[in-house]
Design a protein around this ligand. Structure first.
Ligand SMILES: Cc1ncc(COP(=O)(O)O)c(C=O)c1O
Length: 464
């Protein structure tokens, strides 16, 4: 056995390191300047091998200095925390190392991916002729739908251009991937119509229809509306039912980007927020954002698999050699070697059931709502955005939110970010760690309030 490549031996070390990480991560430091890290941890690569004892020592230091996204101090991003059953699935996917391109190389893992898609299909009431895949993330999910919608109404895929200028619509709060995707797909960013939103961040449907009518009058070709279930900053949900009627009237593709909030399909209590979802042409959600699955785990469904096949089914006889296309998932994906991101969601779902997943999403919304209720009674807080959403957006006293977030980070207290809406900037606390209870989220406010009290003089102020 090669001393350097001994999986059993390395896994024993791995378990040790993981146990140390888990017992220490809650209050670990989250910030050091890059120059300081470069001086203190030996990450330099060289021709020389590293002795295993030293190698593991360095690895421990690297882990110690890595920001801890599962700690009780991390509220910065739309992911955080972990569910052990999902982690187990992901670790196994690494060890098994299948590519999801063909049945031949992924076998039962193909069936597992298809089983998830089928159960999600039932939840969103798409017809049996649906299609689906696990792209690398929400941005890629959005990209695939845009390309499919483009190819459905034009020969852009073949000719590199369309007869008429293609126009798409999204709200001004849509995720920034939309702009990138429009550029990558050759549609051109000048052809995005950015529709205004109300105070809650929901798309103005009247303005959407008006904008479509103007474009039609100008002999342009409207083709796609991107809506959001859980907008990145405020967590708002667009009115899918109303927008679907507009899309039907003008024959436009309706995509629901549920990367952040789409996991509400598991909730019976809050599915009103997703009313009309079955009328969409495509829908995605990220299990890595709200359900404790490790990055990344994005699930994308198309109402009609022909739309997916038209754009992504390209033959390659060096790859597709056995079984029919139903089991060769590379026929409906962008990637060739595609990581198995389904197993971690299957292990979670199999272990806790739909009921367990429902409990996770409902608990998170409940905590956010309770905290908003609690803050609304305190005059030093001003809340921004909808009541029913996961992010808790607020300003505190007269403290500049940008400075507050930065100083909390530089002082190793908390990781939280700021956002802006309607010319206002505010702290955006993202409550998605499924391991957190209300006490952990309240703990955030205690640390922040103490920090402001101790540092009040040096923190920048805003005029209210
Ligand atoms: C609404 C929305 N869509 C898409 C994405 C992109 O997802 P990913 O980070 O998996 O690419 C995000 C990420 O924050 C998001 O909030």
């Amino acid at each position: 056995m090669n001393e350097k490549n001994n999986i059993s031996k390395d896994l024993l070390q791995f378990i040790k390191i993981v146990n140390e990480l888990i017992s220490s991560e809650n209050n670990e430091p989250v910030f050091k300047e890059p120059e300081e890290l470069l001086k203190s941890v030996d990450i330099i690569l060289s021709d020389k091998p590293t002795d295993d004892t030293e190698f593991y020592q360095i690895l421990k230091e690297v882990i110690k200095e890595t920001p801890k996204t599962s700690s009780k101090r991390f509220f910065n991003q739309l992911f955080g925390g972990r569910h052990s059953k999902s982690v187990i699935g992901d670790l196994l996917a690494v060890l098994l190392n299948n590519s999801m391109a063909t049945y031949k190389i992924s076998g039962i893992q193909t069936l597992i991916e298809k089983q998830i898609l089928e159960e999600v299909r039932k939840k969103i009431k798409y017809p049996p002729e649906y299609g689906g895949t696990f792209p690398t993330g929400g941005s890629m999910s959005n990209f695939m739908t845009l390309v499919a919608a483009r190819d459905k109404i034009s020969n852009h895929r073949i000719n590199g251009e369309s007869k008429k200028r293609l126009i798409l619509y999204c709200s001004e709060t849509a995720h920034y991937s939309i702009k990138k995707n429009v550029s990558f797909s050759g549609i051109g960013t000048n052809n995005i119509r950015s529709i205004s939103v109300d105070n809650n961040g929901e798309m103005n449907c009247k303005e959407l229809e008006k904008s479509i009518q103007i474009d039609l009058k100008n002999n342009l070709s409207p083709f796609y509306v991107n809506t959001t279930a859980g907008a990145t900053v405020l967590g708002s949900f667009d009115h899918f039912d109303e927008i679907s009627k507009i899309c039907k009237k003008y024959n436009l593709w309706l995509h629901i980007d549920g990367a952040f909030g789409g996991s509400l399909i598991f909730s019976n209590k809050h599915n009103e927020l997703l009313r009309g979802i079955e009328k969409s042409d495509s829908f995605c959600f990220n299990a890595h954002k709200t359900l404790g699955a490790p990055l990344s785990c994005s699930i994308l469904l198309f109402k009609n698999d022909q739309d997916l096949l038209r754009s992504f089914d390209t033959d390659a006889n060096y790859l597709f050699q056995t079984h029919n296309d139903k089991y060769n998932l590379g026929k409906t994906s962008l990637e060739c070697g595609r990581r198995n991101n389904a197993l971690k969601f299957w292990t979670l779902w199999k272990s806790i059931g739909s009921v367990g997943i429902q409990n996770i999403v409902e608990k998170q919304l409940l905590i956010s709502n309770k905290i908003k209720e609690y803050l609304s009674e305190k005059p030093e807080y001003k809340l921004i955005g909808p009541r029913y959403s996961l992010p808790i957006c607020f300003t505190y006293k007269n403290i500049d939110p940008v400075d507050l977030c930065n100083q909390l980070y530089f002082s190793n207290k908390l990781m939280v970010s700021y956002g802006s809406h309607a010319h206002k900037t505010f702290v955006r606390l993202v409550n998605v760690n499924s391991q957190n209870g209300i006490e952990e989220v309240k703990g955030f406010f205690k640390i922040m309030e103490d920090f402001v009290e101790e540092n009040y003089e040096r923190l920048k102020k805003i005029s209210n």
